[in-house]
Design a binder for this molecule. Structure first.
Ligand SMILES: [Zn+2]
Ligand SMILES: [Zn+2]
Length: 444
């Protein structure tokens, strides 16, 4: 009996002496998961719109500072000088070796949450137009931030296992596509170490929680917004012969634009031209002076994007000319700052395939098809000069994913008011995957 007690005491003493480095990553995650779930729920209930991530960025910066990072806040120069850059850069130098950048996004969306969860967001705010909108982390950036902070904590405790410079980067305004560029424009890569690798993760509702997905090469498209103003000559609806009807021209333009992808583009180069908005006229019997269209163009390759933009301009002007619209009323085509495509460096992916297979098991790691949605993470690669990759973090209940695959009815996707990732297993996998990836890229 006495001997047993002594053995018991020795085991307790030993347990106390075990440092974090001797605990497995899983045991460290077990130890911290409750705290991370609290962080996740707090972030979920306090979302902020793009360009206004004041409190979120301050929270992320504060947590990283507590972990011993050198933290700089308010990084980012937007084209609209009224917007503050709420970017956060946290640097930890730990001997010689590569510089690795891990990125999270900070912003949320103008969506009214309808998940019915106990921690659903009730936040309302005024948008830039002064209209009251609800705000929700409907893209899972709260999950990304929590995984990111958990990863930072794990890597701080596991410092003896890596060497190099770690940069934890909180990016504002991902949803508006201008946050990454705003940080780069604010001399991100000259004021701070330039990374040798950049990595990020994003929730994936179509993938089971506990799993991670990857897409080598082009994974997400570039997105370009285009405003078209078709100007005509207005008049009475009963006297079309006295007018140049911009509504009919707009209708022809919409149809003619469909030939860009179907007839001018190689089927081997994915591309989308969508007219998402068309507005013209005020009532039954007035032919208006103008019609306004808003388009989005998606491509992987930059030369394809440029060619499509030129085609749009040519078609719009050509249709207007055919309709006899005078030269001084020619359509106006305005191309806005867009988002570049996301290219996952195949060599870096190959390396991470090995890491994730070991960390998560082969059955929890899978290749996924590319998509035409967009993300501005690709900018951190400086036109693919810096190996960068984003990987997909499964976020949905496996039973629901199975039912959705069988029925063909999609689960609530990103940006949906019903998007509700399963917090605990998703967080565990996010931290484990990201920590394992960084440990491998910076291993001693
Ligand atoms: Zn989003
Ligand atoms: Zn997102």
């Amino acid at each position: 009996m006495r001997k047993l007690l002594l053995v018991g005491a020795a085991i307790t003493a030993l347990a106390v002496n075990i440092t974090a480095q001797q605990l497995s990553l899983d045991a460290m995650i077990d130890r911290d998961i409750a705290a991370w779930l609290t962080t996740y729920r707090n972030l979920h209930t306090t979302p902020e719109l793009s360009h206004r991530e004041e409190k979120t960025s301050a929270f992320v910066a504060g947590e990283l500072r507590k972990l011993g990072f050198t933290v700089t806040e308010r990084i980012g120069k937007f084209q609209n000088a009224q917007w503050n850059g709420y970017g956060v850069v946290a640097v930890m130098k730990n001997g010689p070796g590569p510089t690795v950048l891990v990125r999270t996004e900070l912003d949320a969306l103008p969506v009214e949450e309808k998940t019915g969860l106990a921690y659903a967001s009730l936040v309302k705010t005024k948008n830039d137009a002064g209209v009251e909108v609800s705000v929700m982390h409907a893209c899972g950036h709260d999950m990304h931030m929590t995984s990111f902070l958990g990863t930072a904590k794990m890597l701080t405790e596991l410092k003896s296992r890596w060497s190099g410079t770690l940069i934890m980067l909180g990016q504002p305004a991902e949803e508006t596509g201008d946050g990454a560029n705003a940080m780069l424009r604010d001399n991100l890569y000259t004021n701070f170490p330039k990374p040798d690798f950049a990595i990020a993760l994003h929730d994936k509702p179509e993938l089971e929680t506990g799993k991670v997905g990857y897409t080598p090469g082009y994974a997400m498209a570039s997105a370009t917004s285009i405003d078209i103003k078709i100007r005509g000559v207005g008049g009475h609806g009963s006297a079309p012969e006295t007018t140049k009807d911009p509504i009919v021209v707009a209708a022809q333009v919409v149809m003619a634009l469909q030939t860009i992808v179907s007839r001018e583009n190689s089927p081997l180069d994915p591309a989308v031209v969508t007219v998402g908005s068309i507005h013209g006229g005020t009532r039954y019997n007035i032919i208006p002076d103008e019609v306004n269209l808003q388009l989005t163009v998606r491509t992987y390759k930059e030369d394809v994007r440029k060619r499509i933009l030129a085609s749009i301009e040519r078609i719009v002007k050509g249709v207007a000319m055919t309709a006899g619209i005078p030269e001084d009323r020619a359509p106006v085509v305005k191309v806005s700052e867009g988002t570049g495509s996301t290219y996952n460096d195949p060599q870096l992916i190959e390396r991470l395939v090995g890491v994730f297979t070991r960390a998560l098991g082969e059955e929890n790691f899978m290749k996924m098809p590319p998509m035409m949605a967009s993300e501005d993470f690709g900018y951190f690669s400086m036109d693919q000069k810096i190996p960068a990759t984003i990987f997909w973090l499964g976020a949905s209940d496996p039973a629901k994913v199975k039912a959705s695959r069988e029925s063909g009815v999609a689960l609530p996707g990103l940006h949906s008011a019903l998007f509700a990732p399963v917090p605990e297993p998703t967080l565990r996998t996010g931290v484990k995957a990201m920590t394992s990836a960084v440990l491998d890229l910076m291993k001693k």
